[in-house]
Design a protein around this ligand. Structure first.
Ligand code: FE
Ligand code: FE
Ligand code: ZN
Length: 277
């Protein structure tokens, strides 16, 4: 099955968003656990959740991807911001544990001048504090474009974080096609080599989700500007190879393109028509 969806708001609940994704031809979606700029998560609504679970079962929605707020920075030089990251992880994971096997995607963080080594150690420290043995949620590190002092701009940095976390089996990776291209991995001309490199350094078994985006920026620019599918520097042909690649095709794909719902619907239709089977 082609698992395809887009980013949706759950401000009106999980069930409403599930109906929305089905209405535009998708079968999974990504949502923010709380306002992307931070703040409090809205209170857990058990009735909505149960309604969602029933609807998801009837409509073959397999799983969702929860995205942490952008303000979660586990390696800020500011201890208050690191404390917010801890709180946010704990709070969001508590909700996610209601799902049978949730995925929680976060940006590893920006070291804000402390240097990569200090940054990685602070991320690891927090992950080791918040992960517990019975946790069912998989925490997914998103590969970043490498703007500013962003950590997670290379397979090596992601692998180093994973290697230092005690419960490695609770971690996964999300490949964002816009980010990875901006970070200097040539997924247009060398997709097989890039995936081989990923496998060698991180392990393809760790890959849990794909953020499917075109890019407004040139190759290896370290800039993070998403573009609509087929309208950017990556282009439709490369994206079609990605959704059909034997090593990727069983993964869930999430659009984070600059679109309203109608645009997402068109992209989902286009991608489904280009999917081999
Ligand atoms: Fe992201
Ligand atoms: Fe992304
Ligand atoms: Zn991005």
């Amino acid at each position: 099955m082609f698992k395809i969806g887009c980013h949706l708001s759950i401000s009106n609940g999980f069930l409403k968003a599930a109906k929305e994704i089905i209405s535009i031809g998708g079968n999974t979606y990504q949502y923010f656990s709380r306002n992307p700029q931070g703040g409090k998560a809205k209170a857990w609504d058990q009735k909505d959740f149960e309604g969602f679970m029933e609807y998801a079962k009837e409509n073959n929605i397999e799983g969702l991807l929860c995205h942490a707020p952008y303000t979660l920075n586990a390696c800020s030089s500011n201890p208050d911001i690191r404390e917010f990251a801890r709180m946010c992880f704990r709070d969001d994971i508590k909700n996610l544990e209601n799902f049978p096997n949730a995925l929680y995607n976060f940006h590893p963080g920006s070291h804000t001048g402390q240097g990569v080594d200090v940054g990685i150690n602070q991320i690891v420290e927090i992950l080791n504090e918040i992960i517990y043995p019975e946790m069912k949620t998989t925490i997914v590190l998103e590969l970043m474009a490498g703007k500013g002092s962003e950590i997670g701009r290379s397979f090596e940095e992601i692998a180093e974080i994973i290697s230092k976390v005690n419960y490695k089996e609770k971690l996964g990776v999300c490949l964002d096609t816009c980010h990875v291209y901006s970070a200097g991995y040539d997924i247009i001309n060398n997709l097989d080599e890039v995936l081989d490199e990923f496998d060698r350094i991180i392990g393809l078994d760790k890959l849990k989700a794909i953020h499917l985006n075109d890019s407004k920026m040139p190759f290896a620019s370290n800039k993070d500007r998403h573009e609509k599918i087929g309208e950017g520097t990556i282009g439709l042909d490369a994206i079609v190879r990605i959704i059909n690649h034997p090593k990727l095709k069983s993964l869930p794909f999430y659009l984070e393109t600059p679109n309203e719902i109608e645009g997402y619907k068109e992209e989902i239709e286009l991608l489904k028509s280009k999917r081999s089977c």
